[in-house]
Write a protein that binds this ligand. Structure first.
Ligand SMILES: Cc1ncc(COP(=O)(O)O)c(C=O)c1O
Length: 683
């Protein structure tokens, strides 16, 4: 068993030419890296992989002078260079089952030997050794990033690298060495070393720009070379003494070039073999092969991806390793994006205290206080787990409060419970007939003879404040409760929900989806005199074993704090408006205005299609070109310029195909039998 650290280094960095041999405290940057790698527990050999370009002669002569093994290979096919270097380091390649490689980069002078050693430990951890695919694995401290940029360590087996070398075809994967491995998580199980010190993921200790050089030089001045490689805590100590150092380079975004490269990458052909195989397997034991109707194969024209393995920000990867800009956002919960550092940290912190308890916790009142502060109608709060939990509780409360049974739904979807569900096979008629349904915006029917029989009017307050006010007045006049179902609009259109945005206050309101950035949590809020009826003597019953589960509560507190602190919702409006305007313009360019239309509000912009075939073709082509979309733009905070560029490129592609299919009257042929079922939401 041998572990080889390979440091990637070249002189030709576009931003800071020659950086790897720049002087830091009397020693070249590369020497800092090599020294740290050599000091790392578990590392047996350290190699440098550089290119064959003449400019890199300086690197190899430095290596020779300092007795460091090196390999020279392609400048652009870095994956090949890396692989060849690994083969050179393992001349006995047969391959030995436990040949471990670490990837380090020559622009990280302050690599921490203990952190490198941590990744080595993880790579060799016991649990792997018994599993069938023990040869394949990927460990790092960057996925997700919790360490400063500049302490990056990635580790994998030689077999993993070999597989990537053989199968990676995208240029970006040949240039970036590990992107192929990282995005094929289903094939290469991943483990991540998490920084025990929270909040360090935005620190920048890497050497990539002139500003970074200034910071690195200051650190090197503070850290005498003779003391050996500094640890992360040593560097933190230097920052404690010189906190303003952070201001020098903090404005440089991370991984900018990678994201730019993704935005410019041509559309590539995707295949979904693993998804298809998994589908066959899952379908045997899971009806629909998914837990959520809207995430099932019924919604996605086949072939298309059916299973995702991981996400980061607004990007997701399927189990075949294909990457998408995610415009579904997990059906709207991911308001900040996947793996948000602050929310995940809050979850980890709570995890350390426990998940579920035998009595209530203080977190409940803490979050309830926040909701009461932000949401106009919220005087009291109860938590559930799903949107259905709380819309159903609201309806039960309304029925008990008014002593009436009938419910009027003004459009929209409100969950899968008997009282509301439109696909009502299995629902007793006696229950269904108590629910009346009118389209959103419809007024005439509300004036029916039954007006005084309704316990509640429930509506999704997505738009049209005049209509919402009309419903408010109507409910007041007829003694019904007005329920705003803000499961979608809450924490998306406004921090106080649509009721705050439009200035119309309901009696009760329900929240879910975005409030905990993906953790399962919902809330029923409302007027004190109604909510109090959940206590004796009435005891209107609403109770669940999992309702006070603490990871979700902690996640919600962190999510709402961040939404408020960073004014995220305004950003959603801005990004959503920009995307909608550009998408609309493209629809007009392709003369498809009578085929594809839009409605809603920018953070949640719905796309409508002339018919189901067009809907299927749109979805198929958007997905094939790298955008996962259902029928709306579910904007999250992580949709940045690069993601929006990629979505618009998908639009351009998909609309071109649709235009062509209409002109040539071959939509069915293009679909090759693929269709999508009706969405769960009728409107
Ligand atoms: C407006 C609205 N209310 C309620 C629900 C039901 O929420 P859940 O699926 O979490 O039960 C949904 C789900 O899409 C919804 O959009």
């Amino acid at each position: 068993m041998k572990t080889v650290a390979i440091i990637q280094a070249r002189m030709g960095s576009t931003r800071l030419r020659g950086k790897v041999l720049m002087d830091l405290g009397g020693h070249p940057v590369l020497e800092w890296c090599v020294r740290a790698a050599r000091a790392a527990p578990g590392v047996d050999e350290v190699w440098v992989a550089t290119s064959t370009l003449p400019a890199d002669d300086a690197i190899t002569s430095w290596c020779r002078d300092h007795d460091v093994d090196f390999w020279r290979g392609s400048e652009t096919d870095v994956l090949d260079r890396f692989w060849q270097c690994a083969l050179a380091a393992f001349p006995e390649y047969d391959p030995p089952p436990q040949a471990f490689i670490l990837r380090l980069t020559g622009d990280c002078p302050f690599l921490d030997p203990q952190v490198i050693g941590g990744v080595v430990r993880l790579l060799k951890a016991e649990p792997y050794l018994g599993v069938a695919d023990a040869d394949y694995r990927y460990c790092s401290n960057v996925s997700p990033r919790t360490y400063p940029d500049g302490l990056d360590v990635e580790g994998f087996t030689l077999a993993t690298l070999g597989w990537a070398h053989k199968h990676a075809t995208r240029q970006i994967d040949r240039e970036c060495v590990t992107t192929f491995i990282e995005r094929n998580r289903s094939r290469f199980p991943a483990e991540t070393l998490i920084n025990p010190i929270p909040g360090m993921q935005d620190e920048r200790w890497v050497l990539d720009t002139g500003d970074d050089l200034q910071v690195c030089t200051l650190i090197a001045q503070e850290w005498p070379w003779e003391k050996g490689p500094p640890s992360m805590l040593d560097i933190l100590g230097i920052y404690d003494r010189r906190p303003t150092m952070r201001d020098i380079n903090k404005h440089h975004p991370m991984n900018e070039r990678y994201f730019d490269a993704l935005a410019e990458e041509p559309i590539y052909a995707r295949s979904y073999e693993r998804s298809q195989a998994q589908f066959e397997k899952a379908r045997e034991i899971i009806p629909l092969a998914a837990q959520t109707f809207s995430k099932s194969y019924l919604q996605y024209p086949q072939p298309s991806p059916l299973f995702l393995s991981h996400g980061q920000g607004a990007l997701v990867w399927d189990i075949d390793g294909n990457e998408y800009v995610d415009l579904v956002s997990a059906l709207l919960p991911n308001i900040l994006g996947s793996r948000d550092a602050d929310v995940d940290q809050a979850v980890r912190k709570q995890l350390a205290a426990g998940i579920s308890f035998s009595l209530a916790t203080e977190l409940e009142a803490k979050l309830a206080e926040t909701l009461c502060r932000l949401i106009p109608c919220a005087e009291m709060v109860r938590f559930g787990k799903t949107g259905t939990d709380v819309t159903t509780a609201a309806v039960r409360l309304a029925r008990a409060f008014t002593g009436r049974d009938k419910i009027l739904i003004c459009g929209g979807y409100h969950g899968w419970a008997d009282w509301s569900v439109e696909r009502n096979l299995g629902v007793p008629k006696d229950v269904s007939t108590l629910t009346f349904r009118i389209p959103f915006g419809s007024r005439g029917e509300t004036n029916s003879a039954q007006a005084k029989e309704f316990a509640a009017v429930i509506v999704e307050p997505e738009s049209d404040p005049d209509y919402l006010q009309y419903l408010r007045d109507w409910c007041t006049q007829h003694g019904a409760l007005l329920i705003f179902d803000e499961v979608v609009t809450g924490f998306r259109l406004d921090l106080g929900g649509a009721q705050k945005l439009y200035g119309v206050t309901p009696d009760l309101a329900t929240f879910g989806k975005a409030m905990a950035n993906g953790m399962p949590l919902s809330a029923l809020v409302g007027r004190r005199n109604i909510m109090k009826r959940m206590e004796p003597p009435d005891n209107i019953f609403f109770s669940g074993t999992m309702f006070g589960e603490t990871l979700s509560l902690a996640a919600a507190i962190a999510t709402i704090k961040k939404l408020e602190r960073d004014d995220i919702i305004q950003k959603l409006w801005w990004v959503g408006s920009h995307l909608a305007a550009k998408a609309k313009a493209l629809v007009a360019d392709y003369s498809l205005r009578d085929v594809i239309t839009f409605s809603g509000q920018p953070p949640f912009w719905r796309v409508h299609f002339r018919d189901d075939q067009i809907a299927a073709l749109f979805r198929k082509e958007m997905i094939a070109s790298g955008t996962l979309i259902a029928a709306s733009h579910n904007i999250c905070a992580a949709h940045g310029p690069s993601e929006i560029t990629r979505v618009l490129r998908s639009y351009d592609h998909a609309l071109g195909v649709i235009r062509d299919a209409i002109d040539n009257n071959n939509i069915a042929e293009r679909l090759a039998g693929a269709t999508v079922g009706p969405m769960v939401r009728a409107s």
